[in-house]
Design a protein around this ligand. Structure first.
Ligand code: NAP
Length: 274
């Protein structure tokens, strides 16, 4: 019996229980995935009480950074990103990882979007954007443009990226004036349900790219992705990434590699319920 869970402050709308229940069902593993809502002043007690009770947990807003200081080990990608979304309890030791990073990568692979040698623009500088930026950098992109409403503050908070010569920071006015590239990634919540009539950039800007990736999964086609599709670009939404990051977490907890086919199977089933 695998006891798993999700730590966060407000978890009512999380899709994670549904995804992990489907994964456990398809894998034929008996287990549970519990919602562990906790107040900030009780986070340490909860994290430290996990060994012996849980095989592992996910961590979500607002604890992805705060939980790190209670862990014995942190995987390299999570250290660089500065956030964990997965904790495993191995022989009494708490280990942290960031599976958004791997989920993003598997989504790109699934859609044949290659970043090596490409010019990439990322919209947003939050938690999801940090995982994306690290992946883009590790993939050997030739140029990385980070778009923020506050580019100067962003350059400070994303200091590890700002040091690299091929990285530049811009605001939304500048992207409309001068940005172009190969792959555009939306890591902001703009266009997410229920505010589906909004897009982070104009249709004219979108046409300066070859592929557009939106991390949003509800709706399946955001206005941004509609702009891109109308311009004949390659597009992909965030549903595959959402399931892929959950599969990567299961792989850590189960200590085994899972077939990628399970990602597509669960994503299709989930899409029918959204
Ligand atoms: P977040 O930390 O709340 O915000 C992301 C960033 O978006 C902010 O740091 C901000 O950057 C920018 N932003 C926020 N509100 C904005 C606005 N009104 N106008 C323009 N920019 C705005 O969120 P997150 O956790 O990174 O998630 C971002 C999106 O990715 C959400 O839609 C989330 O559902 C999605 N997501 C998907 C997956 C997946 O597996 N598919 C995983 C994680 C997240 P600046 O202040 O620098 O402008």
């Amino acid at each position: 019996m695998k006891r798993l869970g999700l730590i966060g402050e407000h978890l009512g709308h999380s899709l994670s229980p549904q995804i992990h229940s489907l994964l456990l069902k398809y894998l034929g593993i008996e287990g549970s995935y519990e919602l562990l809502e906790v107040a900030p002043n009780k986070l340490q007690d909860l994290v430290e009480s996990l060994p012996g009770r849980y095989a592992g947990v996910n961590v979500t807003i607002p604890y992805k950074v705060a939980a790190m200081k209670f862990l014995a080990e942190i995987a390299p990608e999570a250290l660089s990103i500065g956030a964990v979304n997965t904790i495993s309890c191995r022989q009494g030791l708490l280990c942290g990882a960031n599976t958004d990073y791997f989920g993003f990568g598997r989504m790109l692979e699934h859609n044949d979007i290659v970043l090596k040698g490409q010019r990439v623009t990322v919209l947003g500088t939050g938690g999801a954007a940090r995982a994306v930026l690290q992946y883009v950098q590790d993939s050997g992109a030739s140029e990385l443009t980070i778009i923020s409403r506050h580019p100067q503050e962003a350059a400070q908070s994303l200091e590890q990226f700002a040091r690299e010569a091929q990285v530049r920071f811009m605001d939304y006015h500048q992207i409309e004036q001068q940005a172009s590239g190969d792959v555009l990634v939306n890591a902001t919540p703009i266009g997410m349900y229920p505010k589906v009539e909004a897009a982070p950039v104009t249709q004219a800007s979108v046409k300066n790219y070859r592929a557009v990736v939106d991390l949003i999964y509800n709706p399946a086609q955001t206005l941004l992705l509609r702009y891109a599709q109308e311009a004949g670009l390659k597009t992909c939404n965030g549903l595959y990434m959402l399931v892929a990051q959950a599969v990567a977490a299961e792989e850590i907890w189960l200590e085994q590699k899972l077939d990628n086919q399970i990602i597509a199977t669960v994503a299709e089933e989930l899409a029918r319920t959204l």
